[in-house]
Design a protein around this ligand. Structure first.
Ligand SMILES: [Zn+2]
Length: 74
């Protein structure tokens, strides 16, 4: 899942990890050490909010759904 820093808008994407701080790619924010802080602004990970969940791994599907919603709305 992808999280965003509420302070500086840093994106914590598990696909990238945080190699500078010894975080391997594939590590979810939830599994980061409790002393991990935002590499940009230094805020605690409590201040990160969920940006995307697994559903958005299927952009094609969500795009079709939003098109369908658009049609129904008019
Ligand atoms: Zn930050």
């Amino acid at each position: 899942m992808v999280y965003k820093c509420d302070v500086c808008n840093y994106i914590c994407d598990p696909n990238n990890g945080d190699p500078e701080n010894g975080i391997k790619a594939g590590t979810d924010l939830k599994n980061l050490p409790s002393n991990w802080v935002c590499p940009i602004c230094g805020i605690e990970k409590d201040y990160f909010y969920l940006l995307k969940n697994e559903d958005t791994c299927y952009p094609e599907r969500s795009r079709i759904l939003s098109m369908a919603n658009h049609v129904f709305a008019h």
